[in-house]
Design a protein around this ligand. Structure first.
Ligand code: F6P
Length: 375
């Protein structure tokens, strides 16, 4: 009889609700259904490099479905550029040795865009790897959905609902900053569900004068409050132009010196962008003469119990992952495709980002109900 497969699992990147549900989904199907064995690696790829493990048995997997965060811990460490004792090292060979030493047949990596790239690197280095897509940003390419998004969407929507009543009482503008540096799915979704009057996302650079006009139009109609849902990466047209120019410079750079210069320029612009929401609120106050306040939702959006939709998605993807391991179908991400799942080669996922297309139906919907998108 063939030796039962031995699987490693890790959670990498920012945490998101549903990670434990996914670990349980992979684990229950792998252990209970296929008779495999499972070991967890702590704190993302770092655990794999530093050989820090956690046994995952039926008992450990029980009772974690509803728990937020990840029982394995997470980090944003990359296998090929990891700080060890104060020195940045390529840990790929160390990881390969540990993989062999532990007799692993496959490593399952749960993570967002960065994790897909790192997993592909390990796959290209000779490891059997499968990934699952998680992130509250919903921006992983080639999958209909990522787990964590639905829960964060509920949290952000609930917050907008609460902000509505206080904005209404005080006749104020409340600017609510929602997570998402590069993709506006969460802000757009919560903005529609929470009836925001203005929705600002990274994909549509805004003009603050146009936003102020929309708010003033509401005032003239007798509604003296407004909710502005702004993604953390949303930018004014001028800022977007500057960053696009710097990114183009980086793409065109031929020498190391030019690359370095362009990277410094991008980093400087990004640093300048921090605090953008506060400046936006101040600017709107000046232009509309309405008092403005800011609420930054922050990490509340990533914490706590996953909603039912995320539990189902994480469990579906996890159990499909065990099927793929059983079939020895490696080097893929388990994508959500309608009611089904699909194994997508990591090469087609890594380095890509699913942003909101400007002609997406959610954008049309927001416009049709009179929401200002800042353009
Ligand atoms: O990628 C998910 C995300 O929550 C983003 O929306 C946010 O910008 C980022 O992570 C914050 O990351 P960190 O945990 O490193 O502060």
């Amino acid at each position: 009889m063939a030796k039962p497969k031995r699987i490693g699992i890790l959670t990498s990147g920012g945490d998101s609700p549903g990670l434990n549900a996914a670990i349980r989904g992979v684990g229950k199907a792998a252990l209970g259904f296929y008779g495999m064995t499972l070991v967890g690696f702590r704190d993302g790829f770092r655990g794999l490099a530093e050989d820090r493990k956690m046994p995952l048995e039926k008992d450990t997997l029980a009772g974690i479905l509803t728990i937020g965060g990840t029982i394995l811990g997470a980090s944003r460490d990359k296998p090929h550029r990891m700080v060890i004792d104060g020195r940045t090292r390529d840990m790929t060979d160390v990881i390969k040795d540990n993989y062999k030493k532990w007799g692993l047949d496959c490593v399952v990596c749960l993570g967002g865009g960065g994790t897909q790239k790192n997993a592909l690197r390990l796959h290209q280095a000779g490891l059997n790897v499968i990934t699952l897509p998680k992130t509250i940003d919903n921006d992983v390419a080639m999958t209909d959905a990522t787990f964590g998004f639905a829960t964060a969407l509920d949290i952000a929507t609930d917050t907008l609902d609460r902000l509505h009543s206080t904005a209404h009482s005080h006749h104020r503008i409340i600017v609510a900053e929602i997570m998402g540096h590069r993709a506006g799915w969460l802000t757009l979704g919560a903005g529609i569900a929470g009836g925001a009057d203005v929705i600002l996302i990274p994909e549509i650079p805004y003009d603050v004068v146009k936003i102020a006009e929309a708010i003033k139009r509401r005032s003239r109609r007798g509604t003296n409050f407004s909710i502005v849902a702004v993604a953390e990466g949303a930018m004014s047209r001028d800022d977007a132009r500057a960053i696009t120019a710097a990114e183009k410079k980086l793409e065109r750079a031929k020498t190391l010196h030019d690359k370095k210069e362009a990277k410094i320029e991008i980093a400087t612009l990004e640093v300048r962008h921090a605090g953008n929401t506060m400046r936006l609120a101040k600017h709107l106050e000046e232009l509309t003469e309405l008092e403005s306040r800011v609420t930054i939702l922050g990490y509340v959006q990533r914490g706590g119990t996953p909603c039912a939709a995320d539990r189902i998605l994480a469990t579906r993807l996890g159990s499909a992952c065990a099927d793929l391991i059983n079939a020895e179908h490696y080097g893929v991400m388990v994508a959500a495709r309608g009611d089904d799942t699909e194994a997508v080669p990591l090469e087609r996922v890594a380095g890509k980002r699913k942003i909101v297309p400007v002609d997406h139906s959610w954008i049309q919907t927001a416009r049709h109900v009179g929401t200002c998108l800042g353009d």
